[in-house]
Design a protein around this ligand. Structure first.
Ligand SMILES: *[C@@H]1O[C@H](CO)[C@@H](O)[C@H](O)[C@H]1NC(C)=O
Ligand SMILES: *[C@@H]1O[C@H](CO)[C@@H](O)[C@H](O)[C@H]1NC(C)=O
Ligand SMILES: *[C@@H]1O[C@H](CO)[C@@H](O)[C@H](O)[C@H]1NC(C)=O
Ligand SMILES: *[C@@H]1O[C@H](CO)[C@@H](O)[C@H](O)[C@H]1NC(C)=O
Length: 361
């Protein structure tokens, strides 16, 4: 019954979220008008029911303390939380909290066990925060976490190594990393069993053969990757990705919308319409293979020239020997000719023809 009255009281109304009541967060200043314990926190809205609490653009300096224990979804945005300490949201455990949305909250540090006391948490959204430090045990104690959203959250500092440790033991199904300026597939951040990865709006120019190979590893074979809004460079280095897109189209849900961003002549062209042969591999395009080809031709030419020079030098150094050899050859020829001459004369005499064989033998 009590539950019903709370629900009625919270129906679509801000729970006394006036600025001067922000003080109510401090334990020593709880005014009589504050929500009853387990009801709606004073700086937040309970939308329709206390199961869905939204704290929007209130200047919270730390997570609200008096959350209803029945809360399912909690959303705090536009605050200045800066550090999420151990058990930041659960002085008392919140056994039903499934979704925690913390966007635009200036969160910079997440300490070990920050989510302790939220055993049912499945979705955590930390997008639009300037993360600088994430402890290895930041996400410990939330065994059911399946969706982690980190869109535009990795721009403040290089965080990949720390995050790799923090994500190591999770069984995530969905990881969102859109808008983080990533230049390569963040292989170390992909827990085995991951099903969806959002890499839209990053700085990927291609996926290399090595990266594509890691997507074929047993733990990631079921992974689908969204790649839209990346500055794909349609030169010969894109060939491996193009071949992979053709053979595994279902693994990139937005494959049809992928467009070239470079070179200027192909800007805006749908990647799937390209033919591998059409991707230039000449030196002009700066294609790696093109440069390699030119280099090997030059090398081949130099080797030929060297062989020629060595040959000429051998001839030159040996010019006396060659002269002698030519002389000997001429002598040998002359002897031979004389031999023929002699035989011819012998053959011309019919009487001796049967008695004398060939003199040359
Ligand atoms: C909580 O959020 C999820 C996902 O946004 C939504 O499907 C669900 O209806 C919400 N729950 C409540 C009680 O509003
Ligand atoms: C946010 O909080 C930190 C420390 O709690 C403080 O130094 C900083 O000035 C605050 N920023 C804003 C915009 O209030
Ligand atoms: C990951 O799990 C292993 C064993 O299950 C444990 O020893 C380790 O402390 C865990 N690491 C983190 C960061 O929770
Ligand atoms: C893409 O990401 C950048 C930051 O990397 C952000 O400034 C921009 O608003 C994002 N664009 C869209 C459409 O989300």
């Amino acid at each position: 019954m009590a539950r019903r009255t709370r629900r009625a009281a919270g129906l679509g109304l801000p729970c006394l979220g006036l600025p001067w009541l922000g003080l109510a967060l401090l334990p020593w200043a709880v005014p009589p008008a504050a929500a009853p314990p387990g009801g709606c926190p004073s700086a937040c809205y309970c939308v329709a029911t206390p199961e869905l609490v939204q704290c929007r653009y209130e200047s919270l300096d730390e997570p609200p303390r008096e959350l209803p224990t029945s809360v399912h979804n909690l959303s705090i945005s536009g605050s200045n939380l800066s550090v999420l300490h151990r058990a930041a949201f659960a002085p008392l455990p919140l056994p039903d909290l499934r979704l925690l949305r913390l966007r635009h909250d200036n969160i910079q540090t997440i300490e070990d066990m920050a989510l302790q006391g939220l055993p049912a948490l499945r979705t955590l959204d930390l997008s639009h925060n300037p993360l600088r430090s994430v402890a290895a045990g930041a996400f410990s104690g939330v065994p059911l976490l399946r969706t982690l959203q980190l869109n535009q959250a990795l721009l403040a500092a290089p965080l990949e190594e720390q995050l790799a440790l923090a994500l190591r033991n999770l069984s995530l199904h969905r990881l969102e990393l859109a808008g983080n300026g990533l230049r390569a597939l963040p292989v170390s951040l992909l827990p085995t069993g991951l099903e969806e990865l959002d890499l839209r709006n990053n700085s990927l120019q291609r996926l290399t053969s090595t990266e594509l190979l890691s997507l074929e590893s047993p733990g990631l074979r079921g992974l689908r990757v969204s790649l839209g809004a990346n500055p794909l460079q349609c030169d010969c280095a894109l060939r491996p990705l193009l071949a992979w897109l053709r053979s595994s189209a279902s693994r990139v849900p937005d494959a049809r919308s992928l467009q070239c961003s470079k070179p200027p002549s192909l800007r805006g062209t749908a990647v799937l319409r390209l033919r591998p042969e059409g991707l230039g591999c000449t030196a002009d395009d700066g294609g790696e293979a093109g440069q390699l080809e030119t280099a090997s031709y030059v090398f081949f030419g130099i080797v030929l020239a060297l062989i020629g020079i060595v040959f000429l030098m051998v001839l030159y150094l040996n010019r006396r020997g060659i002269k002698r050899w030519l002389h000997n050859l001429r002598e040998a020829c002359r002897d031979q000719m004389e031999g023929y001459h002699y035989r011819y004369e012998q053959d011309a005499d019919p009487r001796r023809a049967s008695a004398v064989g060939t003199p040359g033998l």
